[in-house]
Design a protein around this ligand. Structure first.
Ligand code: LHQ
Length: 258
């Protein structure tokens, strides 16, 4: 598939999706949603880690509000159900670790798309805006799911009602994202993190995702059973043996993802 709204670059087990509509701060239109869905699926099949980032000064400004004619005709329920839902599900349920490298402002559905990834790394000058109520809407694109889980109901409520920009530093200290990095170090940092994940014990990484995400729906007993099952599977991998041998030999492990 030839993409119009993004670049997909897959090299050495690392897939990078870069949004490329900088003139509208990488706002999401219908085509872009379809292309993101496609690119995530391809990445999942061909790489061991996926990074999502934006070209220019923004990560993503959410729904494309540019088309005045279409915006008044738009069927929000259908758009969310048929276009946003599959795209967000693909990111959230992606089998390989995902990183949102938030290079600038992330607003509305753009903020929540970022939060759908496993790890969010933001540059110091980036910000997150639950912009929805500014235009008379509620948080969508998973915002009402991710925010209470990540920052608790009180902060989720304030972020949604006031729709104020939350700086990357604040987002990091309130637990919305993994880390905020100085602008000058940003690209090097996310690349380093992504390569670490792409070349690590990927069998364990995929099970880390399952065990953390499923914990929200499980009792302690169910969770302990799930840990036992998945740890049993990890115990049978090459990477487990390699990890232990490397520890005993006092050397760096050479993981193979099997
Ligand atoms: C844009 C956009 C944009 C088009 C900047 N669209 N052009 C789901 C289902 C269906 C429908 C409804 O919504 C949803 C979910 C949502 O995502 S709702 C929330 C939609 N997003 C927003 O409300 C955010 C709108 N953008 C902004 O508030 C600002 O642009 C932010 C705060 C992101 C950045 O502000 P500035 O740094 O001051 O930049 P700017 O506003 O000057 O924007 C630069 C250009 O980008 C400008 O175009 P121009 O031709 O004047 O240079 C904007 O019109 C354009 N742009 N966001 N979402």
């Amino acid at each position: 598939m030839e993409y119009q709204t993004l670049n997909l670059n897959i090299k050495k087990k690392l897939a990078v999706i870069e949004f490329k509509r900088p003139e509208v701060l990488n706002a999401l239109n219908s085509q872009m949603r379809a292309e993101i869905l496609h690119a995530v699926k391809i990445s999942e099949e061909s790489a061991s880690c996926l990074v999502i980032t934006g070209q220019g000064r923004a990560f993503c400004s959410g729904q494309d509000l540019g088309d005045r004619v279409n915006i008044s005709d738009i069927d929000l329920e259908r758009t969310l159900r048929d276009e946003y839902l599959p795209m967000l599900n693909a990111i959230y349920s992606c089998k390989i670790p995902t990183i949102s490298a938030v290079n600038g402002v992330a607003a509305g559905a753009g903020a929540n798309l970022a939060l759908a990834a496993d790890v969010v790394i933001a540059t110091e000058s980036a910000s997150f805006i639950q912009a929805f109520t500014r235009i008379g809407l509620i948080p969508d694109a998973g915002g009402s799911y991710f925010l209470p889980r990540q920052i608790g109901a009180a902060k989720a409520m304030g972020a949604s009602l006031f729709a104020e920009p939350i700086s990357a530093l604040e987002a990091s200290s309130m637990g919305m994202i993994w880390e905020c990095v100085e602008d000058k170090d940003f690209e090097e940092r996310w690349n380093k993190r992504a390569l670490y994940l792409a070349n690590g014990p990927t069998q364990a990484f995929s099970r880390v995702k399952t065990v953390i995400k499923d914990s929200f729906n499980n009792t302690l007993e169910e969770q302990l059973k799930l840990e036992s099952k998945l740890q049993g599977e990890c115990g049978k991998t090459f990477d487990f043996k390699e990890g232990v041998l490397a520890f005993l030999d006092k050397r760096k492990p050479k993981f193979e993802g099997r």
